[in-house]
Design a protein around this ligand. Sequence first.
Ligand SMILES: Cc1cc2nc3c(=O)[nH]c(=O)nc-3n(C[C@H](O)[C@H](O)[C@H](O)COP(=O)(O)OP(=O)(O)OC[C@H]3O[C@@H](n4cnc5c(N)ncnc54)[C@H](O)[C@@H]3O)c2cc1C
Length: 425
Amino acid sequence: MSRELSIAIVGYGTAGQAAALLLSRDGHRVEAFERAPQPRPVGAGFLLQPTGLEVLWELGLLESAFAHGARILRLYGETDAGRPVMDMRYAELEPRLFGLGLQRGTLFSLLDRAWTSRRSLRAGCAIVSVDVREGRLTDADGHRHGPYDLVLVADGSGSSLRGQVAPARYDRPYPWGAQWCLVETGAWPWPAELRQRYRRARCMAGMLPVGTHPDDPVPRTSFFWSVPAAALEDAAWPGESAWRAGLDALWPEAGERLAATPVPQGLARARYRDAVHARWYAGRAALIGDAAHAMSPQLGQGVNMALLDARALRDALRAHADVERALAQWQRARLAHVRVYQRWSRWLTPLFQSDLDYAARLRDRVFHPLTRVPGLRAQSLRVLTGTRLGWFGTFALAPALLDALAAAAAPAPAYTDPVEAGGLP
Ligand SMILES: Cc1cc2nc3c(=O)[nH]c(=O)nc-3n(C[C@H](O)[C@H](O)[C@H](O)COP(=O)(O)OP(=O)(O)OC[C@H]3O[C@@H](n4cnc5c(N)ncnc54)[C@H](O)[C@@H]3O)c2cc1C
């Protein structure tokens, strides 16, 4: 470490948690502010890519993540008529690779429990303004905090503070969002796959096994249901029977898993934004995670990006005693990875969540055949596994991580799709 800094972090989601842990382990004095009185994640589960696993591995949390998460070997999407649209296996890229389905609460708890030394978390404290020149914060009760050497604004996709740090090139909501929840995995037939089903781009459901929580041994699966943002309003709720009929018509097996879930109360609502900043920092403050680069979750990269942002920032602060130089190096180090995923997400989202029927028909016809062309298949695999860097580069995973993946995970069971093998149980 070049020198000990006093660092404030606004928001205790993945980006804030990872930054708090990495930077306090490096000897900095970290103070985190979270508006929720009892910090906890919102939403269901997510897919951690090898890139995100690399950060957990560095943090010494890989084994605990494996103890709870579900190994995901295949990403598969099909139309309601059973036509494949996407069919990717991690092992085609590198035999040791896989993704890890995790409950949001599990990652939250692993990162939270690991932040033991020099811990300072102020829960129930919403920050309303950031003085980037002085490195000071003001909370909703009018109390001032700081000055700090560095303020990290990690207040998520709907950030109310991003404009105070740096002007957004644009910042707009997506017209579609989602309802999501955890359900018991039970006898779900695809325990090692992210599985999606589509009817044009108007209807989409996803099921991702996400394993257990440290305080709950029941294996769960994260359910995702795409809806126009306007349909997330209470007034637009179609009623339980109409909602269930819609799901059953698209995907009866998923409907069965949802039978015990009270709706709409048991469904969390998600809205997404697309926010691009030319610069993520100004003076003594920086945006990190979704606050810096909100994107649609179509490619499921945001948690991975948040972890990678935090690690790259730690590395830049190790390399430069001057905070502004460190922030400039940090943004340079992350930009190629972030930008390409923002672009792909922006282009792909309407193919999966929109009322553009012609685009969905084109998707159904060309996606699968195109991704079977050898060169294009490798490119698509890279994009989907989070290992694309810039347009043509590759995110170099540490060789030791690949060994750790092979060694730390239980041997993968020989995996056969139960449908291909001759029928569902
Ligand atoms: C439906 C859906 C599915 C997704 N699936 C995946 C996936 O499979 N894989 C993946 O990698 N990513 C996925 N993502 C994206 C991922 O959830 C986000 O990118 C990630 O959570 C961003 O982390 P963050 O820490 O930047 O923000 P957040 O997790 O949103 O954390 C922000 C925190 O800041 C706090 N806060 C906000 N304002 C203030 C304030 N003024 N003062 C103090 N605290 C404040 C909030 O309470 C919150 O705790 C998905 C997202 C959605 C919506």
